[in-house]
Ligand binder design. Structure first.
Ligand code: 6PG
Length: 240
């Protein structure tokens, strides 16, 4: 695991964009395509916007990019809470040549989860998906994707995409599961802000309790694990 601490979110964003480009180019060179799962939330927004600017945009052959989402809210794609909407407005609308697969947050969640697993099969076949890059955020409660503390999706060992009841928000989410996350070639967490400091410390330095801090269980079995965090989020971490 590599933890990089940046002075501020701007520096974190630039480093994440550079990593994104490096992994995309490497993947396309190695196997002719770049598969990536995007995160929702506010932290990656500036990353997506930066990737849409000419310098970064032109560094990637977007025709070879296959873009998925790690999770989605059960809303229509034009709603404020839609992860697709955010990524579309900041990045995807500006790279129309990429292959984009969105989770249908507007239909029955169980149907949408199964349909998304089907979409994964069209790209990865029947083998467990192996993403070149999974971008992840982390909430101040330690959740990642829509894997929230003490929820049923944490126990899923077979299915690639499931619905998850989230009592905290009185809602259902649709999320990729640990088997997919942990099969990635690279997982990159982006964490920013002082409200994340406690959860980050527990996740990285606390006792193993993935039910309480679900991001702890994201440990790719044969891949890179990167945490890009800003100084505020890292303020309670003690180790170098
Ligand atoms: C979502 C996310 C979620 C997010 C965290 C962190 O759908 O909301 O995918 O897991 O990454 O909640 O969100 P922030 O970056 O806004 O803190």
């Amino acid at each position: 695991m590599i933890i990089r601490v940046f002075d501020n979110q701007t520096e974190l964003t630039v480093a994440a964009a550079e990593k994104f480009v490096t992994l995309a180019r490497k993947a396309i060179e190695a196997h002719g395509r770049f598969t990536v799962a995007l995160a929702g939330g506010s932290t990656p927004e500036p990353l997506y916007a930066l990737l849409a600017t000419p310098a970064y945009h032109q560094a990637i052959d977007w025709h070879q990019a296959y873009i998925f989402f790690g999770d989605e809210h059960t809303v229509a794609p034009d709603q404020p809470d839609s992860n697709f909407r955010m990524a579309h407005e900041t990045l995807l609308a500006h790279v129309p040549e990429a292959h984009v697969y969105r989770i249908m947050g507007e239909i029955d969640p169980a149907v949408a989860a199964d349909a998304y697993a089907g979409q994964l099969r069209t790209v990865f076949g029947d083998e467990l998906p192996r993403f070149d890059l999974m971008l992840q955020g982390m909430g101040d409660d330690g959740h990642t994707a829509s894997l929230f503390p003490y929820t049923t999706a944490l126990e899923e060992a077979d299915r690639w995409v499931v619905t998850n009841n989230v009592p905290k928000f009185n809602t259902t989410r649709i999320t990729m599961t640990y088997p997919v996350l942990n099969n990635a070639r690279a997982v990159l967490f982006l964490v920013s802000g002082s409200n994340k400091a406690d959860a980050l410390k527990q996740t990285l330095e606390g006792p193993k309790q993935f039910q309480a801090f679900p991001a702890q269980a994201v440990q790719p079995s044969d891949g890179e694990l990167l945490w890009y965090v800003d100084a505020e989020a890292a303020s309670k971490i003690t180790r170098n």
